[in-house]
Structures are given as C-alpha cells and as structure tokens.
Design a binder for this molecule. Structure first.
Ligand code: IMP
Length: 192
C-alpha cells in the first residue's frame, strides 16, 4: 500500500488498489462470467452511480471473449440510500428502474461495493419478483464488517478493509469518482 499525499489529492490517505490491480480483477471476473453464461443471452444491470465504471469495463471485457454470452444487453438502475453519506442506512430508494424485460432472462446485477448488504438485498428481491431465468450478483468490493443480511454474491472482486473507500466510480459527497485507483480518505475529510 502506497501513501498518496500529493497536493490536489491531499484528501487521499492510502491507495488500496491500483488501476492495474482493478483491471486484472475485472478480467478475472469477466472470464468467470463469460464461461458461466457461454452461449446464453445475458442482461447486465449496473447500479448507478458507483458501478458505472465497473459495469462498462466488465461488459467490454466479457464482450472481448469469443466464448462468452450469445448476446449482451445492458442497462442501469439508480438507487440512493437514506442516512449518512459515509454509511448507508439500508433504506433504499429506487431512483431509476430498468426498462428491460427481466422475466425469463439471465440477469447479472453489478454493484460497486457490498457493505451492510441491504442495498443488494433490496435489488435482488426487486428483480427476483419479476421472474428472471436466473439472477446473480457481481460486486467489485466486498466489505464484510457491518453485514446485516447474508445476501448472496456470486462473483466477488476484491476484499475491502473496514474503511470508507473512493475512486473508480465510488464517491464521497459526489467527489473522487474520477480517481483511476481505489483509496481511503483521510479521516478529517469525512464529516458525516
Ligand atoms: P450497503 O447497503 O451497506 O451494502 O451499501 C451499498 C452502497 O453503499 C454501495 O453501493 C455504495 O453506494 C455505498 N457504500 C458503501 N460503502 C462505501 C464506501 O466505502 N465508499 C463509497 N460508497 C460506499
């Protein structure tokens, strides 16, 4: 782990995963997903906004594989959680639904991070009620310390330490999403 303390990025404490480590993780997840859905049509549903980059990078990595799904449909859901910005309450609001038909289709939910698990649990229940042929979840970061519900995660990327992380789509107060790496923030930056 490198200390990152250059001027404009002075809010960053520690780099947890480099852009290269993230890219290697996406490739590993894409290989597993492509193999599991080989020859089948797949619907990928990314969860905005945090999973924006992972969803697109993952879909492109799957699409590059010749032995993957027969068809790849993509859409995004948008949710927001009540409560503190640095800790989700689990009271999830659906801000944007998918317009794709879910019934009878193989669906893969793509999330940035699973923390207490309530967001993913909410989304799984929402989509399961629509009768998909199958429903699985792919999560880039698993932060298991405050899990409140034992929600299934079929494709897991990286283990996340017990800290608030930003970068590669993950934000704090809408900032830091643009960082190409994943990092922790200095505690003095987090005010809620
Ligand atoms: P959960 O409902 O506690 O599992 O939280 C899931 C959502 O909370 C994620 O999709 C993120 O939007 C947000 N979240 C949880 N931990 C972090 C973090 O460390 N950094 C940024 N967002 C987080």
């Amino acid at each position: 782990m490198d200390d990152v303390s250059d001027g404009s990025r002075g809010a960053i404490e520690t780099q947890l995963f480099s852009a290269e480590e993230i890219a290697a993780t996406i490739e590993r997840l894409a290989a597993a997903i492509a193999a599991d859905y080989r020859g089948k049509p797949l619907v990928i549903l990314g969860v905005l906004k945090g999973a924006l980059f992972i969803t697109i990078d993952l879909a492109r990595a799957i699409a590059r594989r010749e032995d993957g799904p027969s068809e790849l449909l993509m859409d995004f859901l948008c949710v927001s959680s009540y409560g503190n910005r640095s800790r989700s309450s689990g009271e999830v609001r659906l801000l944007k639904d998918t317009s794709l038909l879910i019934a009878g289709r193989h669906v893969l939910l793509v999330e940035d991070i699973v923390d207490n698990g309530l967001t993913l649990d909410y989304l799984r229940r929402l989509l399961a009620a629509r009768g998909p042929a199958s429903l699985r979840a792919c999560v880039l970061l698993d932060k298991p310390y405050r899990r409140m519900v034992d929600v299934p995660v079929e494709y897991r990327g990286l283990h996340c330490p017990d800290a608030f992380v930003v970068g590669y789509g993950l934000d704090y107060q809408e900032g830091f999403r643009n960082l190409p790496y994943l990092a922790t923030l200095r505690p003095t930056v987090i005010t809620d």
